[in-house]
Design a binder for this molecule. Structure first.
Ligand SMILES: [Fe+2]
Length: 129
């Protein structure tokens, strides 16, 4: 695929997502190591961390060989709660949301018609989106 953003895209959904890494390297978050897991509850926005975003948007696209990593994901309409053990675990990434803290704001609100900041003039010149 040419001119694509290859990591998993930013999204939220109506399901609760629990995923884990079994082996290899996860392509959307630095430090998401084998044995690690994440929980994104219903309608929680999530996606690649800043490092992954910057790499994916700036690298020269070409063929990339899949490294053979293996992850899993469970999706359920039922709410999942973390156990007390998980909440107290020393390896808990309690500042998980910080991985998105410095992402640039690329989309504007309804007054901007969803145009990408910095490319708004280009979009206007092109007559739209
Ligand atoms: Fe997700």
């Amino acid at each position: 695929m040419d001119h694509t953003f290859r990591p998993p895209y930013y999204h939220r959904n109506v399901m609760n997502e629990f995923m884990g890494m079994i082996h290899g390297k996860y392509d959307a978050k630095e430090g998401f190591l084998p044995g690690g897991s994440s929980l994104h509850s219903c309608m929680s926005p999530h996606g690649p961390d800043l490092t992954t975003f910057e790499k994916a948007t700036n690298e020269t696209l070409g063929p990339v060989k899949f490294d053979g990593g293996l992850a899993f994901m469970f999706e359920t309409c039922y709410s999942l709660n973390m156990t007390e053990w998980a909440l107290q675990a020393p390896h808990l990434e309690s500042d998980y949301e910080r991985c998105w803290a410095n992402l640039p704001k690329l989309f504007v609100g309804p007054e901007g018609n969803g145009k990408v900041e910095g490319k708004k003039a280009d979009a206007d010149a092109a007559g739209g989106v």
